[in-house]
Design a protein around this ligand. Structure first.
Ligand code: GUN
Length: 425
């Protein structure tokens, strides 16, 4: 049987591109070694892919034996619920099947199936148990905290809903105007999520879906009209715009008091001066996640990968305002690995799947992965960071999905309610 590291201070193996890499030593202070709550883990490993990435050994190191059993029970409970649902839906089919095959033969078939499944489970269980016993003998290794963006975003959204309800109590209905041009599927999906979340947080939404043939003049006219509309508190023009439309010219038509995306030069300028009005939603979410993970920012070496207007640039400004020493890296950076290796905080927003290798991450660093890359052959979105290897070195890390993504929407809602309170409160 494959041997595992005996203790945290010894080198350990991590999976990397189908191979095993020896890493270590792991020097995570005792106080920072923590077990993840089962509920949190359940939320984070809500996808089979991540379980696969982490492997059973890592899971048991996260939650311990009891935790793993509880996690299994939670999953089983959900599966049984699902089977029940499917059965209900397919009841008609079941009746037809009984008529066709006969009840006795059907029962026999089901029993045979059950024997096969239970047999498989028993054999699989014995194999897994043997591996777990091995892990237990070898001792527990500390892994980084997985920052649960979904849970934090839910808290932010609840705060926003309370603030929005208070405004409504005073006759002010916070309102967000959403402008979507063209038929890009990803943009349409983002907009749907934003609209749903806004309505759930008592924020009214004015939807404007325009065809890809919309002219620059028509789009600017709409945005200018929304800027003048006293009912509208925030304007979101979903980016990217279809080719041929000038993004800057369109954004320039937004009233700065309604720039809930924080994308206008005035908003970025104010952020640069350390007096932000609206902070762009994704960097705002990243900062909140850093704080939720109790990451020391003041004096920390922070590396931001990517220099986009939406994420990289405002993120670097936010961190600098919080007294971090910030390095902004991009496609022309000479020694990306070296820059990342020196960082206490890594914000990866470069849009390249797993560009940041796990062994680039300094032990004890906090990693915020903004990447959402689709990779052929992988069922789930892939971040910019090689999660499975990085989690063994990081003090805290965001998963993809379930990390930064949900925070972006929460930030937009926060900004919208703030805009309503400032304009009409
Ligand atoms: N497209 C992807 N992310 C964003 C965002 O945060 N705001 C806007 N307006 N468009 C986006």
């Amino acid at each position: 049987m494959r041997r595992l590291p005996r203790a945290p201070h010894l080198p350990h193996r991590v999976p990397a591109q189908g191979r095993w890499l020896v890493q270590g030593p792991v020097r995570v202070p005792e106080a920072e070694q923590r077990r993840v709550e089962v509920g949190q883990l359940d939320a984070c490993v809500g996808r089979v892919g991540l379980v696969g990435e982490l492997g059973v050994e890592r899971l048991v190191r996260f939650v311990g034996f009891g935790g793993l059993v509880r996690l299994g029970l939670v999953r089983l409970g959900r599966l049984v619920g699902l089977v029940g649902l499917v059965r209900l839906v397919r009841l008609g089919w079941f009746v037809r099947l009984v008529r066709l095959v006969g009840l006795v033969r059907l029962v026999r078939l089901v029993l045979l199936g059950l024997v096969v499944v239970v047999g498989g489970l028993v054999v699989g269980g014995i194999v897994v148990l043997a591996r777990l016993v091995d892990v237990r003998r070898e001792g527990c290794m500390s892994l980084g905290q997985i920052i649960d963006g979904k849970a934090v975003a839910a808290r932010v959204r609840a705060e926003v809903a309370t603030a929005a309800a208070a405004l409504r109590g005073r006759g002010i209905a916070p309102t967000l105007a959403v402008v979507l041009v063209g038929d890009d599927q990803a943009s349409a999906s983002y907009v749907r999520s934003k609209t749903k979340a806004a309505r759930e947080a008592h924020v009214d939404v004015r939807d404007h879906k325009l065809p890809a043939t919309t002219t620059q003049a028509e789009l600017i006219a709409l945005v200018a009209e929304l800027s003048r509309d006293p009912i509208v508190d925030g304007i979101l023009v979903q980016l990217p715009l279809p080719r041929g439309l000038d993004e800057e010219a369109v954004l320039a038509a937004i009233d700065p008091a309604k720039d809930v995306d924080g994308l206008l030069p005035t908003s970025l300028g104010q952020l640069a001066q350390g007096k932000p009005t609206f902070i762009p939603c994704t960097p705002k979410g990243c900062l909140r996640l850093l704080r939720e993970a109790n990451t020391p920012i003041e004096g920390a070496r922070a590396v931001v990968l990517g220099r986009s207007k939406l994420v990289g640039k405002p993120m670097a400004l936010l961190l600098a305002n919080a007294n971090a020493t910030v390095t902004m890296c991009h496609s022309r950076t000479r020694d990306l690995a070296g820059e990342v290796r020196r960082a206490d905080i890594v914000i990866a927003a470069i849009g390249k799947p797993e560009l940041v290798r796990g062994d680039w991450i300094a032990e004890g660093a906090t990693v915020i992965d903004v990447g959402t890359n689709r990779v052929e052959g992988r069922a789930h979105l892939v971040g910019d960071v090689e999660f499975a290897a990085a989690v063994a070195r990081a003090r805290a890390i965001t998963p993809v999905p379930g990390g930064v993504g949900p925070m972006t929407i929460a930030g937009l809602l926060e900004n919208t309610v703030e805009a309503a309170a400032r304009r009409r409160g």
